[in-house]
Design a binder for this molecule. Structure first.
Ligand code: AMP
Length: 426
C-alpha cells in the first residue's frame, strides 16, 4: 500500500471545514485592513531563499527541499530549484519583479503550503500551511512607520480573538538595524569566546558564522550560558529605540497587551527592528502560532529599490489545533436529502435538486433504485435536516412530501415554495 510521505498528511472532512473557517476569517479580517491576496509559485530559484532567509539559518542550511531541474538541452545544466520554506521571499521577489510600488500595492496576504525537512512531531510537519501578510513599500508611503507595525499586530490580535482564541501572548522585541547588529554581533562574539567550547555543536558553529542565532538554541545545558549573554536592547541606536517605543505606545493605545522578550531574534537574517511572536499555552513545546518582523533591507538584497517592510506568518496547522471550535460545529450538513422513488424519478429529482441548489440549499441526491426505507436511513445517517420524496404522484400534483428528520413531521409543500420552506427552518 502506498502511504502519504512522512511529515505530510491528508486533511479530511470534517476537519477541512475548520480550515475553511479559519481561512475565511483571515480573508475577512485582512480585507478590513485593506490587504489583498497574492499567490506566488510553490517553487523558486534556490538563490532566492539563500539570499533572503540567509545561508546560515537552519532553514537554508539543512531543511530545504532542493533539486536540480533538468536542463533544456542535453549538455545544459539544470537550475537549482527549491520548494518554498516560507512565503516572504516569494512575495518580495514578486514585489520587485512586477514593480508593485508603481501600482500602489503595498499590503499583500497569502495562504498556502510551505515545505521544510524538519523532524516531524505533533504540530510540526514537512508540508505545513501558512497564512501571512506583508506591508511593504517606499518610505514615502509610510512603510517604515511604527504605525505599520502596530497596525499589523492589532490586526493579528483581532483575527485571533475573532476565532475565539483569547489566551494568546504577544512577545515583542526590537533587533535593531544593521549598524546596531554589527556592534551587537561583535559584543556577542566577545562574550561567547570564553564559554563557547562548553556549548553544543550548533552553537559553536553559530558563534563563528552568526552569533545572534545562538538564541535559537533549545539545548537545556546551554541555556544558563545564553541567559548571561548581552542583550540587543543595550545596543539600539536612538532611531531604533524611538521606533520601538512608539510601536509599544500605539499598542497600549489600542489595548493590545504584549510582553517584551529580549531573546526573540527570529529566523530570517534580514529582520530589522520589530520582531514578534504570538504563542498559545495549549500547544505545548510547539507553542508559537505565528511569528514575524520587520525586514527593511530585504527588497534591496533581492535587487529591488529601498522598500521597508514588515510581515508575519501564521502556522495554520497549529492554529487549527488551538481552536476550541469543533469541526462538526462549522461543517455544513445537507439541508435536504432528495429521495427519488420509482422508475423515471431520477430525472425529476435532478431537476428539483438543480432548482434548490440555485437557491443555496445544500442538497444530496438519492437514486430511484433505492427503497424509501433505505433513502430515509441514508438521509438520517448524513444528518440531513429534511428528506424530500419525489414520486410520480408528487410530480403530477406539483407538491412534494417534505419530512423533517428531527421531528418526523411530514408536510406537502408546493414546488415553488420548497427552497424557502427549507431555508426558513435553518
Ligand atoms: P517561521 O516561518 O519559522 O517564522 O514560522 C512561522 C509559523 O509557522 C510558526 O510560528 C509556526 O506556527 C509555523 N510553522 C513553522 N514551521 C512549521 C512546521 N514545520 N510545521 C507546522 N508549522 C510550522
Amino acid at each position: 500500500m502506498i502511504k502519504a510521505i512522512r511529515g505530510t498528511r491528508d486533511l479530511l472532512p470534517p476537519d477541512t471545514a475548520l480550515w475553511n473557517f479559519v481561512e475565511a476569517a483571515a480573508r475577512d479580517v485582512f480585507h478590513a485592513y485593506n490587504f489583498q491576496e497574492i499567490r506566488t509559485p510553490i517553487f523558486e530559484e534556490t538563490q532566492l531563499f539563500a539570499r533572503s532567509v540567509g545561508e546560515e539559518t537552519d532553514i537554508v542550511s539543512k531543511e530545504m527541499y532542493t533539486w536540480e531541474d533538468r536542463g533544456r538541452g542535453q549538455s545544459e545544466k539544470g537550475q537549482s530549484l527549491t520548494l518554498r520554506p516560507e512565503n516572504t521571499a516569494g512575495v518580495v521577489r514578486a514585489y520587485v519583479e512586477h514593480k508593485l510600488w508603481d501600482r500602489g500595492l503595498n499590503k499583500l496576504y497569502y495562504i498556502g503550503p510551505q515545505f521544510r525537512r524538519e523532524r516531524p512531531q505533533k504540530g510540526r510537519y514537512r508540508q505545513f500551511y501558512q497564512i501571512g501578510a506583508e506591508t511593504i513599500g517606499p518610505s514615502s508611503a509610510g512603510s517604515e512607520s511604527p504605525a505599520r507595525d502596530a497596525e499589523m499586530l492589532e490586526m493579528l490580535a483581532t483575527f485571533l480573538n475573532r476565532l475565539g482564541i483569547n489566551d494568546w501572548t504577544l512577545e515583542l522585541n526590537s533587533v535593531g538595524c544593521p549598524n546596531d547588529r554589527a556592534v551587537y554581533n561583535e559584543a556577542l562574539r566577545k562574550a561567547l569566546e570564553p564559554v563557547v567550547d562548553k556549548m553544543c555543536g550548533d552553537c559553536q558553529r553559530r558563534a563563528v558564522t552568526n552569533p545572534v542565532r545562538v538564541f535559537d538554541c533549545k539545548v537545556p545545558e546551554d541555556q544558563p550560558i545564553i541567559e548571561k549573554l548581552p542583550r540587543i536592547s543595550q545596543f539600539l541606536d536612538e532611531g531604533c529605540r524611538k521606533h520601538f517605543q512608539e510601536v509599544q505606545e500605539i499598542l497600549k493605545a489600542v489595548e493590545v497587551p504584549f510582553t517584551l522578550n529580549e531573546r526573540l531574534v527570529r529566523g530570517l537574517d534580514y529582520y530589522t527592528r520589530t520582531a514578534f511572536e504570538f504563542t498559545h499555552g495549549a500547544l505545548g513545546a510547539q507553542n508559537a502560532i505565528l511569528g514575524g518582523g520587520r525586514y527593511d533591507g530585504l527588497s534591496e538584497a533581492l535587487g529591488g529599490p529601498s522598500a521597508p517592510g514588515i510581515g508575519f506568518a501564521i502556522g495554520e496547522d497549529r492554529l487549527v489545533l488551538a481552536l476550541k471550535e469543533s469541526a462538526e460545529a462549522v461543517a455544513r450538513k445537507p439541508d435536504v436529502y432528495i429521495a427519488p422513488f420509482g422508475p423515471g424519478m431520477d430525472r425529476e429529482a435532478a431537476k428539483i435538486a438543480h432548482e434548490l441548489r440555485r437557491h443555496d440549499v445544500v442538497a444530496e441526491l438519492g437514486d430511484e433504485s433505492f427503497r424509501l426505507k433505505k433513502s430515509l436511513e441514508t438521509a438520517s445517517k448524513m444528518n440531513a435536516r429534511f428528506a424530500l420524496i419525489v414520486a410520480e404522484n408528487e410530480v403530477k400534483a406539483g407538491a412534494f412530501a417534505l419530512k423533517n428528520m428531527d421531528t418526523g413531521e411530514q408536510v406537502s409543500v408546493p414546488r415553488a415554495e420548497l427552497a424557502r420552506k427549507i431555508q426558513s427552518s435553518r
